[in-house]
Design a protein around this ligand. Structure first.
Ligand SMILES: Cc1cc2nc3c(=O)[nH]c(=O)nc-3n(C[C@H](O)[C@H](O)[C@H](O)COP(=O)(O)OP(=O)(O)OC[C@H]3O[C@@H](n4cnc5c(N)ncnc54)[C@H](O)[C@@H]3O)c2cc1C
Length: 296
């Protein structure tokens, strides 16, 4: 019997594992090695590790976590989960069964690439979701913003920190006139047409083409595709969920506890604020929550 089974061993899961390992708890971490930022050459805005390739960062973290004798890192996909506090049962794709007193779900989310030629090829390099992560490197260049919903209209004010040269591509969506006027007053160019393709060289964006025939040169396109949790274990457990602007997340309290006792969630799966630092922080809170719940 493990004290805690962690499903998803990336930034959130490994942080939780380290904290629990240092508390000398028995922990198993199941992971399939598909961290969400694996498309980026370097991870940024991470204290002490700015500019490090994500794979290198995680390899270092795994080696550090694996040094704790009570922590087992298992390369496997969790496919089913059942049970209750003090006896959760997790089954992996290879049929192995693990039992644990508590669960931490940290299996992340998957971005759904739109069927726009060039989009997936540029994702994480010049088609970007977060200016804090990858804005500094393309600051001052011509940027595009692909409209994904009303929340997109808040982005231009933020992006002014990096560039004054911004085109909002509405992609066929209508926006209220007053919003349009506000954006224009900020100097944002607005294109109504749909984005049909992205021209690039090895992921380096050169131009985008719209369905009205226009072709716009730009150095970066900001986009917020829809996403979904990387597994369905939260559904199997019947956990409460919350909507985010681009998908769903597991609802948690301030200690990352879910709607069911003994089950905690951390990282991108449990917030709309997606970054390595947030994932680390939530992993640490989830570990603390799980530990406290066993200290009775
Ligand atoms: C292109 C891109 C670039 C980014 N760049 C940055 C950046 O520079 N700086 C920054 O702070 N943030 C960046 N982010 C955000 C960052 O990647 C996420 O916030 C962070 O990875 C979240 O960590 P996590 O541990 O919650 O999930 P993830 O890192 O996505 O890890 C989830 C893990 O769970 C595993 N898993 C999934 N299903 C199962 C299962 N059923 N069983 C076992 N394991 C499973 C996956 O394989 C994966 O290893 C970027 C995101 C993207 C998309």
């Amino acid at each position: 019997m493990q004290d805690v089974i962690i499903i998803g061993g990336s930034f959130a899961g490994l942080t939780a594992a380290m904290q629990l390992g240092r508390a000398r708890r028995r922990v198993s971490v199941l992971d399939t090695g598909l961290n969400r930022n694996r498309y980026a050459e370097a991870a940024h805005n991470i204290l002490g590790a700015d500019g490090t390739p994500p794979g290198e960062l995680l390899a270092r973290a795994r080696a550090q976590v694996a040094a704790y004798p009570t922590v087992a890192l298992i390369s496997a996909r969790a496919v089913s989960v059942s049970g209750a506090p003090d006896r959760f049962i997790v089954t992996s794709a290879t049929g192995e069964q693990l039992e644990g007193r508590r669960l931490i779900l940290s299996y992340g989310i998957v971005d759904e690439m739109p069927a726009i030629p060039g989009f997936a090829e540029c994702w994480g390099r010049t088609v970007i979701h977060c200016p804090f992560c990858h804005g500094y490197e393309v600051a001052g260049q011509s940027w595009g913003l692909l409209y994904s919903g009303p929340f997109s209209l808040h982005m231009p004010a933020l992006y002014r920190n990096w560039t004054d040269d911004l085109t909002l591509i509405l992609d066929g969506h209508a926006i209220p006139d007053d919003e349009r006027q506000k954006l224009k007053a900020r100097g944002v160019r607005i294109e109504n047409a749909r984005l049909v393709s992205i021209d690039h060289e090895n992921g380096m964006l050169r131009r985008v083409t719209l369905d009205d025939g226009k072709s716009l040169a730009m150095g970066a396109l900001y986009a917020h595709p829809r996403s979904h949790p990387a597994a369905d274990l939260h559904s199997q457990l019947g956990l409460d969920m919350k909507q985010t602007p681009t998908g769903t997340m597991i609802a948690v309290n301030e200690m990352q506890a879910t709607s069911r006792p003994g089950i905690f969630a951390a990282g991108d799966l449990a917030t709309a604020m997606h970054s390595v630092t947030f994932a680390n922080s939530m992993g640490s809170l989830a570990a603390m929550g799980a530990l406290q719940s066993m200290m009775v």
